[in-house]
Design a protein around this ligand. Structure first.
Ligand code: CUA
Length: 329
């Protein structure tokens, strides 16, 4: 018994909120997630009250009314009107106290952003995320950048199967379905990096379909927008990046990827600003030379089902290509 209690205690303390829990719903950082957390707490306290009452009565009954030698048979009670009414009414009232806030939360999180919200189109792909900012005329991949304390409207759809967008600290899950648009609206209340995850099984690399949201101050967000709007610098003559650009031009990469001015593939993410991203491959790996090396040589080994076929490049060409990709800020 003490062991069981210890296990329960460990389990409960493991659920405490903290900065080291990047995907905890218990550390809300937006109006949407705060609404959900409030509802969760409401239901939790009602459930705890019911649990204590029921288990308490059970224990009292076990101890007080247990069979003892010499004790007379207890008198059965039949048809106690006051008891009947109260144990019908009390649960009904508790359900009302849970249902009303639940309905209120359903409506408040239905996805209608106020006028002037920043609109982002989210498109789910097997297995990466595309974000289009129609009013800013830019796109992002896997990493969503948004300004803090600004209402955000996500219009979400899928390019293939059903996915589900979920950033626990910013809001609830919502499905992305081909041919229709589902919406999420929220307002992040503090800057930071928030982790998310596709939450609908979508094939071999469902579990590898991660995402990040960068909530930024207005000035940092504006700098990012300006960077994404500008074309990346042309590689200097004779630099490794310039050699890499030549490798890119004659590689099969151009069939599937876009780099502004060079190629227009639509199968994989746009690489025009790939050097400015923190992660690659569905926000699964850090964007560094070592990872890019392994990724280009054998993507499916790192992310099962990845469409990018293993490339055969000489070590020099590979280094040059990576230098070029990293220069695309
Ligand atoms: Cu996309 Cu699971």
């Amino acid at each position: 018994m003490p062991l069981v209690l210890l296990a329960v205690l460990l389990l409960l303390t493991a659920c405490g909120g903290g900065a080291d829990l990047p995907q905890s719903t218990l550390v809300p950082r937006s109006d949407f997630s705060a609404d959900l957390f409030g509802l969760y707490k409401n239901v939790f306290w009602w459930a705890l009250g019911v649990f204590i009452l029921v288990e308490g009565l059970l224990l009292v009954a076990i101890v007080r009314f247990r069979a003892r030698p010499g004790r007379a048979e207890p008198k059965p009670v039949h048809g106690h009107t006051v008891l009947e009414i109260s144990w019908t009414l009390a649960p009904a009232l508790i359900l009302v106290f849970i249902a009303v806030p639940t309905m209120r939360t359903i409506f408040s999180t239905a996805g209608h952003a106020p006028e002037g919200a920043l609109r982002v189109e989210v498109i789910g792909h097997q297995w990466w995320w595309e974000y289009r900012y129609p009013t800013l005329n830019i796109s992002a991949y896997n990493e969503l950048h948004i300004p803090v304390r600004t209402p955000i409207q996500l219009d979400m759809t899928s390019a293939d199967v059903i996915h589900s967008f979920w950033v626990p600290r910013l809001g609830g899950k919502r499905d992305l379905i081909q041919g229709r648009t589902n919406r999420i609206a929220f307002r992040a209340d503090s800057t930071g990096e928030y982790w998310g995850q596709c939450a609908e099984f979508c094939g071999a690399s469902h579990a590898n379909m991660r995402l990040r949201v960068f909530v930024q101050s207005d000035s940092v967000f504006q700098r990012w927008v300006d960077q994404q709007r500008a074309s990346p610098a042309t590689p200097a003559k004779g630099s490794p990046a310039e050699a890499g650009q030549q490798v890119y031009r004659r590689s099969p990469c151009i069939a599937c990827h876009t780099i502004a001015g060079l190629s227009q593939g639509r199968v994989g993410p746009d690489l025009t600003h790939v050097g400015s991203r923190f992660t690659i491959a569905g926000a699964l790996f850090p964007n560094n030379a070592e990872i890019l090396h392994r990724w280009i040589m054998n993507a499916p080994a790192m992310k099962p089902g990845a469409l990018m076929t293993p490339q055969s490049l000489s070590p020099q060409d590979l280094d040059a290509l990576i230098a070029y990709l990293q220069s695309l800020k």
